[in-house]
Design a protein. Structure first.
Length: 274
């Protein structure tokens, strides 16, 4: 049996810098990954099947258009070459931390190993979703275009992190549609040392329309700010927000404080890895 963790994808900043004639948005984003995520296991089988459990598994289908099954169909496999796939869904759904894309990427990597086949080409990965190639790479990077231009980054150190979602699902297309200005400045270039200060100069252009859609996101950001993080921001199109801290103790204390005041929120301590 093969096991892979579909780690949460964190947009440390996300600038929307244009829109193509076909409707796709042009992005400039710094992305990194948490240690925490969904867990996928793969075992040999005569057909491809998907079972799902976990805290956020309810309502997810293990048939049809699930991205994990779409990922499996990207391979040129032999008849009878299948896999029994199981997903432990630990990340909130539609939460701005790449859960579905991370699952698809983990499926590509895990099935490639199980079936001893090469990974599908980048075009097939991108067809599954703009974030899938990023999640396959699984390292800090700068992502541009619609997700096809990837430049690895070397961030200077790991940081303890707290992820917070007010148990609100946000549909990404709605947030992009509500964005007033789709021609914003790109990420400011800068040295990769002192990257927290560098990131503090950047933005998430989807944060304002996400708050307009789900005002509770503003409450999450304010609550995080009160725990004195080094950096806090919304990830992706929301509603998950993150706080980065200097020490594990600071992150744990922040999580305890947040959980005491907001017991109905999803709050997870982890680390942002470099």
């Amino acid at each position: 049996m093969i096991k892979r963790v579909a780690r949460a994808k964190i947009n440390l900043c996300l600038h929307v810098i244009g829109q193509r004639s076909d409707g796709y948005h042009l992005l400039d984003s710094v992305v990194a990954f948490a240690e925490y995520g969904d867990v996928l296991t793969f075992a040999p089988s005569e057909s491809v099947t998907l079972s799902i459990n976990g805290p956020f598994g309810d309502g997810l289908s293990g048939t049809g258009d699930n991205l994990i099954l779409q990922a499996a169909r990207c391979f040129d496999r032999k008849n009878g070459q299948g896999a029994a796939i199981h997903l432990e869904k630990n990340l909130p759904v539609a939460s701005g931390i790449g859960g579905g894309s991370a699952d698809a990427a983990a499926a590509l990597v895990g099935l490639s190993e199980l079936w001893e086949l090469p990974l599908p080409d980048p075009e097939k990965q991108l067809a599954l979703g703009a974030d899938v190639p990023i999640c396959v790479a699984g390292q800090p990077l700068r992502m541009r275009g619609i997700g096809e231009v990837i430049e690895p980054l070397e961030l200077d150190q790991d940081h303890p992190m707290v992820l917070v979602n007010p148990n609100v699902s946000v549909a990404t297309p709605k947030i992009f549609k509500a964005l007033n200005n789709k021609d914003n400045p790109a990420v400011i270039d800068g040295p990769q040392t002192g990257w927290i200060d560098w990131l503090a100069k950047q933005r998430n252009d989807l944060q304002a329309p996400a708050i307009a859609h789900s005002p509770v996101i503003a409450n999450v950001l304010q609550a995080l700010k009160q725990t004195a993080p080094m950096l806090s921001r919304m990830s992706g199109s929301g509603a998950t927000c993150f706080g980065l801290y200097q020490t594990d103790n600071a992150a744990q204390e922040a999580a305890l404080r947040l959980s005491a005041r907001h017991p109905d929120w999803w709050i997870q301590t982890t680390r942002l890895t470099t």
